[in-house]
Design a protein. Structure first.
Length: 310
């Protein structure tokens, strides 16, 4: 447990509107959603239908939200859904989704219908935040009547497509700031304690407790290990406080927790976690690891499908 006092709020008292506004007032724009995300979409128009599924209006800032849907759509092909930037501060999730779309999606579109939502939380991307401006965690808000507009808009978009998603890969990072900023802020907001655990040095996955898809997860870990190192378990055989189920994999209850990978209820779902602060990684390695996670997962599903049809 950490007794560090967060600079906003009072110990033992949940945040109200005043504290949330104080937190919001401290946030500043640090990078450009337009330059780093939107401008890259124009290069993908030959491969994808670029579909705007909503817009977020936060004070003077407007953030249009886009999804990419493969042009070679066929109702008989399984659907792969790749999401990035649910937590906006996790850079390689956003850039990994865009890199997959630009360099790998054309090959996989022969066997899959592909949807990519590269940056679900653009305000979080620009301010390098886990939360949205209302101090809400989008990756705990994919629930009916969601309090987070980011989640509501994405869920509505998918619902209106009237599809069954086969694979959902949600691309994330675990950073040192999880312990230094985001978990302390969470503890202050909710008047709880802040349990400190070691940030895993390396890549790992979070699978779905209800649908663990163990071989699917293993294939991703094996693939990513060709690009970067896999996070070892701690002395208690855990990663970030959860017991490992196999090398580099822990499980969460996606739907119960309101996570992005839960609302699609797909049979093959995973949440990637890259560690960008590792001395053994850099920005490019982080992006490559995210792309390799997607392609390895899709390779597994494609091979399983071919085996069943022969």
């Amino acid at each position: 447990m950490n007794d560090y006092l967060y600079p906003i709020g009072e110990p033992g008292k949940k945040w109200g509107a005043v504290e949330k506004q104080a937190w919001h007032n401290q946030q500043t724009i640090k990078r450009s959603y337009k330059a780093e995300v939107l401008d890259k979409l124009t290069e993908l128009e030959t491969l994808f239908e670029i579909e705007q599924y909503g817009e977020l209006s936060y004070q003077a800032d407007n953030y249009p939200l886009f999804a990419l849907r493969s042009r070679s759509w066929h109702e008989r092909k399984p659907i792969a859904f790749i999401t990035g930037g649910v937590h906006g501060y996790e850079t390689s999730g956003v850039q990994g989704a865009l890199r997959f779309a630009a360099r790998e999606a054309e090959t996989y579109s022969k066997d899959f219908n592909i949807i990519v939502a590269p940056c679900v939380s653009p305000w979080g991307y620009e301010t390098i935040n886990r939360w949205n401006p209302d101090a809400i965690d989008p990756n705990r808000s994919f629930v009916p009547n969601s309090p987070a507009k980011e989640c509501e808009l994405l869920m509505t978009y998918v619902k209106n497509l009237n599809i069954q998603i086969t694979a959902h890969l949600d691309l994330h990072e675990t950073t040192d700031t999880d312990n230094s900023e985001f978990r302390p802020a969470l503890a202050a907001r909710d008047a709880t304690t802040h349990d400190v655990w070691d940030i895993p040095d390396g890549f790992y996955l979070v699978g779905n407790t209800q649908k663990p898809a163990k071989e699917f997860q293993k294939r991703i870990i094996d693939g990513v290990s060709e690009v970067t190192h896999i996070a070892p378990a701690d002395e208690n055989e855990m990663l970030i406080g959860s017991p490992i189920t196999q090398k580099g994999v822990i499980n969460y209850r996606f739907q119960t927790l309101g996570m992005c990978t839960g609302f699609t209820n797909s049979p093959f779902s995973t949440l990637t976690e890259m560690y960008p602060d590792s001395p053994r990684a850099d920005d490019e390695i982080c992006i490559q690891a995210q792309v390799k996670a997607v392609t390895s997962g899709l390779d597994y599903i494609r091979e399983q499908s071919h085996e069943q049809n022969t």
